[in-house]
Design a protein around this ligand. Structure first.
Ligand code: FNR
Length: 189
């Protein structure tokens, strides 16, 4: 079967190494996965006063998640957690109460950092959030990418063979995971 996957890039930087990683993952994804970026850069900062009447930008964001069958988070680590902008986006998607966009929607997390632990601590933090949001997460393989200069070109060519093979397998495994989740209990929205 064919599945649509939306990916969120945790960094808004024009030079983002996580955007390069996402570009590589799009190229390496198996043919049954159609990859689309879901942008969150224009969302205001969430508070519950919005719940009565979400602004159009937030409705569009939730609709973009509803349009895909799985979510891939490609994120840097900021101060041992995820960037605030990404957390804000997740908070928007999780509300209004009863309309949590993540309910039973399968997800996977991956990230690149310049430091040696490769976003491991941020990913743990993100996994706690996604657990609460009732998103079934791919537990394995994990992927902690330490970004060395030129590891991935701007348009997503991976220059190291072993890393390219690893990322291709990661996406293949995500495809298998998505199919399994959808065959057991599909997402609510
Ligand atoms: C960082 N960086 C960083 N790296 C890390 O491994 N652990 C961390 O906790 C942090 N914290 C952190 C906070 C802030 C505010 C910034 C700007 C950076 C370094 C980070 O890995 C590096 O800047 C990456 O290039 C960020 O990813 P993007 O934006 O290039 O995708």
């Amino acid at each position: 079967p064919q599945f649509k996957v939306g990916y969120l890039i945790g960094s808004l930087s024009s030079q983002s190494i996580n955007r390069k990683l996402a570009n590589a993952l799009v190229k390496l994804a198996p043919s049954e996965l159609t990859m689309t970026e879901i942008s969150f850069k224009d969302l205001p900062i969430y508070n519950r006063d919005f719940d009565a009447d979400y602004p159009q930008v937030a409705r569009d964001f939730k609709q973009a998640i509803a349009n895909v069958q799985a979510i891939l988070f490609v994120t840097p680590e900021y101060n041992r957690s995820i960037p605030g902008g990404l957390k804000n986006a997740i908070d928007w998607a999780s509300r209004p109460w009863g309309q949590n966009s993540f309910t039973r929607k399968p997800s996977a997390v991956i990230g690149a950092s310049t430091g040696a632990i490769g976003t491991a601590v941020a990913q743990q933090s993100l996994r706690s959030v996604l657990s609460f949001c009732n998103s079934p997460q791919m537990n394995a393989p994990e992927a902690y990418i330490q970004f060395k200069p030129d590891l991935i070109t701007d348009d997503g060519e991976v220059t190291v063979d072993s890393t390219r093979d690893f990322l291709r397998q990661y996406m293949a495994d995500f495809g298998v995971f998505i199919e399994r989740v959808h065959s057991v209990v599909p997402p609510l929205h």
